[in-house]
Design a protein. Structure first.
Length: 676
């Protein structure tokens, strides 16, 4: 059957694109597109070649794993090819893989195969050859047939033993695994590089690959690399167990590191349950993963299933939703925050990334926008990890349309038309309109009613916007004059909702001095600082009367914060708003200032809270710590005394472990208080 010329041209175009991306990824350690885009190109080419077998050529990327090794290293020819895995992006594709395996093995459709499951590490694949138990060669995967000789570098990685432990290993044993850079090490390395003005790594995967390609092994040794073994290749002069999981267990006994999250599961539903479990815990793992790998556990079944093209029929990678994707910038707008900060936001062609559809991405500030040079019409890589706000990671300059223009900071506020100013030394530009600016007023009010401030349940952002738009709310005090009747007449507000909201407003009148100070939205005064100021002075009148110098006597307050506090309370209209709040019934308990001689059990100790605690919310835990003299901050540093950790603790726990800061549970916190 003749292949149409247009189809041939399409196939060659896809090959050229894939080769280009292989070169960027393997040879330069500088990928241009996210994995999801590369996978799409490869799958499109595979579909074309399956439909038109005459298109398949020996040098097609579908017949290879990656690109050729760089010439700076010696080469190693793999005695057994290092193949990549096929990918499943949905449950259906995983079920299809399972069904094909059953059919090939001539088993009943209801049969439940035993699978070895493990996280798919996001690093660099390596081959390690041990002869008589001694490490003699290390190589990259390269193009699957030939890799780069990196023996001098793998010998510097402490996780890789130079000699195997115990006895009984084959005379020649090839161990295959993934070299990776743990998250904590990656962050620490980049922090050090930034401080030295050196180039930082884009992600831990690039960090691992780049570290293995250093000509000077001392540079590799300085990088915090780790490795987990995931299989074996060539074995001679010895016998291994008959299942994949037993081989991995045996490798561990010989001193090879293996992934502690590996499991043996029965049936495809158990595979899916493992995938969901690992997905939930992904952010808490010490290393980056991009999916799960399933391998049929029986080596006999693996041999019967064999291989197809560049991948085994007995294994598959079940990928997580992409955390990076390609999309286009449709416009760049400027938003105004509660402090007047002008923030550029990219409006994007909607794209599914990180498990959600993303249509907006922050550009942080005008300097960041210019550094990345994002323009309307650009094709960009948008990144979203976990609950992090989506951001534009990079621009594909090769796809930039002609006649694009650099985005400039507006001279006038897009909301109130006031001048936009930028203080010397600040990266953020701000609207000078103050409360005259409806955007600042609305954002300030949204902050005031938020959960961590006055906590008025049901007072959502859309309701604030409505009330500001009709000029009903100008200051926080106006909230406490709202009536049920006027709320009932607003959009999406009925009698029941209005009644509930009035009750919530009434309930919020009883607050604390710390919550009030935070709710007022004073620049640079976050929760921890507000709590420290409240605890130090005890009474609002004391705070209002304090000088900048006196304010700086508080641990959390430096010159900038002291100036912001003094400036806020020097404005008569701010004091008028507070007086009106009190007139309308807003109240808070006041006390004598905390004295240095206080006998609080946690006095002088700094805590950071992370994860979900068994019986306390984070707010309750914070109040508990502060009520016993302790201080709670938002980030872990060398000044942190304790990290209070619950379930699903994230990067703060990793940093605490790295800095060797004591990590305690809720029960241990209570014991600490009661035993002191």
């Amino acid at each position: 059957m003749t292949v149409p010329a247009a189809t041939r041209k399409k196939a060659e175009s896809l090959r050229d694109q894939i080769r280009h991306h292989n070169y960027r990824y393997h040879a330069l350690d500088d990928p241009e597109v996210p994995d999801a885009e590369y996978d799409r190109l490869m799958r499109e080419l595979q579909v074309l070649e399956e439909k038109h077998p005459a298109l398949v050529t020996p040098d097609s990327p579908t017949q290879r794993v990656g690109d050729a090794p760089i010439s700076a290293f010696g080469t190693v020819r793999h005695e057994m090819p290092m193949l990549s895995l096929g990918n499943a992006f949905s449950e259906q594709e995983l079920h299809d893989f399972h069904r094909r395996a059953l059919e090939k093995l001539e088993l009943d459709a209801t049969s439940e195969l035993i699978y070895a499951a493990e996280p798919k590490l996001d690093g660099a694949a390596v081959s390690l050859l041990y002869v008589d138990g001694v490490l003699t060669q290390g190589a990259t995967r390269g193009d699957g047939t030939t890799g780069e000789d990196i023996t001098h570098n793998v010998r510097t990685i402490e996780a890789i033993p130079l000699r195997l432990l115990g006895k009984g290993f084959p005379r020649r044993l090839e161990v295959r695994g993934e070299v990776f850079m743990p998250k904590a090490g990656f962050e620490a390395y980049n922090d050090k590089a930034r401080a030295a003005g050196e180039k930082t790594f884009v992600n831990p995967r690039n960090a691992a690959a780049g570290s293995l390609r250093q000509l000077d092994p001392k540079l590799t040794a300085a990088r915090p690399l780790d490795m987990y073994a995931y299989s074996v290749g060539v074995t001679e002069g010895g016998k291994l167990p008959s299942s994949h999981s037993e081989i991995i267990d045996q490798l561990q006994q010989w001193g090879i590191k293996v992934c502690p999250e590996r499991r043996v599961v029965k049936g495809i539903e158990a595979c899916l349950a493992y995938y969901v479990d690992i997905g939930k815990r992904r952010s808490t793992l010490a290393y980056e993963i991009d999916g799960v790998v399933y391998k049929i556990n029986s080596l006999a079944m693996q041999a019967e299933l064999g291989f197809v093209s560049r991948a085994p029929r007995w294994a598959i990678a079940h990928k997580f939703p992409a955390q990076e994707e390609l999309t286009q910038v449709e416009s760049v707008e400027f938003q105004v925050g509660r402090t007047g900060a002008i923030t550029p936001v990219a409006r994007l062609k909607p794209v599914f990334v990180g498990g959600v559809t993303v249509s907006n991405a922050t550009l942080h500030n005008i300097d960041e926008l210019h550094r990345k040079d994002v323009r309307v019409g650009d094709t960009v890589v948008v990144r979203r990890a976990g609950d992090v706000i989506p951001e534009i990671a990079s621009v594909l300059m090769s796809r930039r349309p002609k006649h694009t223009r650099r985005v400039q900071l507006p001279k006038k506020c897009p909301v109130c038309n006031s001048q936009v100013a930028r203080e010397e030394g600040e990266t953020v530009a701000r609207c000078t309109g103050g409360l005259f600016c409806a955007a600042q007023r609305a954002e300030s009010l949204k902050h005031f009613v938020s959960r961590r401030a006055l906590d008025i349940e049901g007072f959502g952002a859309k309701l604030v916007d409505q009330l500001v738009a009709i000029d009903r709310l100008k200051t926080p005090a106006d909230i406490f004059q709202l009536t049920q009747e006027e709320l009932e007449n607003l959009e999406r507000m009925g009698k029941k909702s209005a009644s509930k909201l009035i009750d919530a407003i009434e309930k919020s009148k009883s607050t604390t001095l710390a919550h009030l100070l935070f709710a007022l939205g004073i620049r640079e005064v976050g929760e921890a600082t507000a709590a420290s100021v409240a605890a130090h002075y005890g009474r609002l009148a004391n705070v209002v009367a304090a000088s900048e110098e006196e304010l700086q006597g508080i641990d959390d307050v430096g010159p900038v914060v002291a100036a912001r506090l003094r400036s806020f309370f020097d404005e008569k209209h701010n004091l008028d708003v507070i007086a009106r709040l009190q007139d309308y019934g807003v109240n808070w308990a006041e006390s004598d200032p905390v004295q240095a001689s206080s006998d609080g059990a946690l006095l002088g100790k700094t805590f950071v809270i992370t994860g979900t605690l068994p019986t306390m919310t984070r707010d309750k835990a914070k109040d508990f710590i502060q009520s016993h003299g302790g201080k709670v901050t938002g980030s872990v540093s060398s000044k942190t005394d304790y990290v209070l950790a619950g379930d699903n603790a994230g990067s703060k726990l990793l940093k605490a472990e790295k800095l060797q800061i004591r990590v305690i549970s809720e029960a241990e916190l209570r014991t600490l208080v009661s035993s002191t």
